[in-house]
Design a binder for this molecule. Structure first.
Ligand code: MN
Length: 244
């Protein structure tokens, strides 16, 4: 399959002054475009040709891995920025406080990891199988999917991410990054949503689970087995809709 260039959810000049149009033109328009082009040149005629980006990242190594992961990582990075950031949603603040002590303590630890990563790479907020949040650093094109972790937020600390706007001052770039994080999107990736049965109005709340039908408290709706049925009306999962 041909992997498309992802679209940006904002105009190239929209993130200024924190991130200039020139940085977007080079970082998104040239660096990311090159990774996408290279990936599309490398995979025809290989077992990777029909795989999704995530499957390639989990299975490949060498140049195929590098270009696939750089495509994924940059897409995730650019799509988590916004010119109109909102406050950290309450549910996300609760999770960050649970696992880091406070929202500020999380930002401090993430900043420290981003400053401390030697050379090129990425610093991530990730969620593990138990839904606990932590910070991991990956060198070069690394991606936490290969460690069974779910990416929630990422900062690109390759020099190409900040050299146009901040020269060698990575700390200034990280500070600017905090002005652009789309907290709503970050929350969507780790706050467990409630789901409503469209037939009978039963509400599945992941906090309480559904012990009477064998679903433990803390189970996200997405992880409930497909043969599970609504405890009230007996319809399958596809009758459920996420609630805002
Ligand atoms: Mn980059």
């Amino acid at each position: 399959m041909n992997h498309p260039m992802p679209s940006l959810p904002y105009a190239a000049e929209a993130l200024a002054p924190h991130m200039s149009k020139e940085t977007i033109d080079f970082h998104y328009g040239k660096h990311l475009q090159t990774y996408v082009d290279n990936l599309n040149k490398l995979i025809p005629g290989t077992p990777y040709e029909k795989m999704s980006l995530e499957q390639i990242i989990r299975k490949a190594d060498g140049p195929v891995f590098n270009n696939a992961a750089q495509t994924w990582n940059h897409t995730f990075f650019f799509q988590t920025l916004t010119p109109q950031p909102t406050a950290v949603p309450e549910k996300l603040a609760e999770l960050l406080t649970r696992d880091f002590g406070s929202v500020d303590a999380f930002k401090e630890a993430f900043t420290k990891a981003a400053l401390g990563l030697f050379g090129s790479g990425w610093v991530w907020l990730v969620s593990d199988k138990q839904h606990k949040l932590s910070i991991v650093s990956t060198p070069n094109a690394g991606n936490p999917l290969t460690q069974g972790l779910k990416p929630i937020l990422v900062i690109d600390v390759w020099e190409h991410a900040y050299y146009i706007d901040y020269r060698n001052r990575r700390a200034a770039f990280i500070e600017a990054f905090w002005n652009l994080v789309d907290w709503e999107k970050v929350a969507e990736r780790c706050v467990m949503k409630r789901y409503e049965c469209t037939a009978c109005d039963y509400i599945y709340d992941p906090e309480t689970g559904s012990p009477e039908t064998g679903i433990a408290p803390g189970t996200p709706f997405e992880e409930i087995p497909d043969d599970w049925t609504c405890p009230i009306c007996g319809l399958y999962k596809d009758a459920f809709r996420p609630m805002e």
